[in-house]
Design a binder for this molecule. Structure first.
Ligand code: SF4
Ligand SMILES: [Zn+2]
Length: 186
């Protein structure tokens, strides 16, 4: 009898580990901002899947998708969330961070000319330089405006973005190299 109990406990532990592992994987897979085409108006919309809900239903055979946010809410709240079919079909392709990473592929910084190479999501990320020359970080771009923003912008590296921001916000700290050279040559 104790052997059966031990086996049952071991099986329960294995089952729990499998479900927890699947929950973490589902949460990781469905977290983050996404951009899709709203079926109602055929325009881009920014959405966020409720990754906690998906993870909490890890025991389901198919992911239980629902949204926690949409850029068209609250006007379209209660819409039926038909856009979820696009997330189901290609969950990675509509992730904002993936779209941004692909945008930099093969490009160079518009300011210093450095190639971007592989972009680490854990480290300092490059930025986006729109036509108004005020560089913005990824988090500052609304998902529903991502496509049009990228189409009208240039890629800028993190260092040049920081320099751009410093000159704009603290012009008194910016060094005029030509003037510095003149002064040191006197
Ligand atoms: S949640 Fe509704 S309004 Fe928002 S994109 Fe999806 S279908 Fe459109
Ligand atoms: Zn640069």
């Amino acid at each position: 009898m104790p052997v059966l109990v031990t086996i049952a406990v071991a099986l329960a532990a294995v089952l729990a580990a499998v479900v927890i592992g699947r929950a973490v994987w589902l949460w990781w897979k469905y977290r983050g901002a996404r951009v899709i085409t709203c079926p109602e108006n055929q325009r881009p919309a920014g959405i966020t899947v409720d990754a906690g809900h998906v993870a909490a239903h890890a025991f389901s055979q198919t992911p239980q998708l629902r949204l926690s946010a949409c850029s068209r809410w609250p006007e379209r709240a209660g819409c039926g969330q038909q856009c979820l079919s696009q997330v189901e079909a290609a969950p990675e392709d509509c992730l904002v961070r993936n779209i941004l990473v692909h945008w930099y592929a093969g490009k160079r910084c518009v300011s210093c000319g450095q190639p971007f190479g592989d972009i680490s999501l854990a480290g300092a990320k490059p930025a986006v330089l729109p036509a108004d020359k005020v560089s913005v970080e990824w988090s500052q771009i609304p998902a529903d405006k991502l496509e049009e923003t990228l189409a009208a912008s240039s890629p800028i590296c993190f260092a040049c973005h920081m320099g751009n921001t410093l000159v704009r916000t603290h012009p008194e700290l910016a060094v005029d190299r030509h003037r510095s050279a003149d002064l040191s040559g006197r």
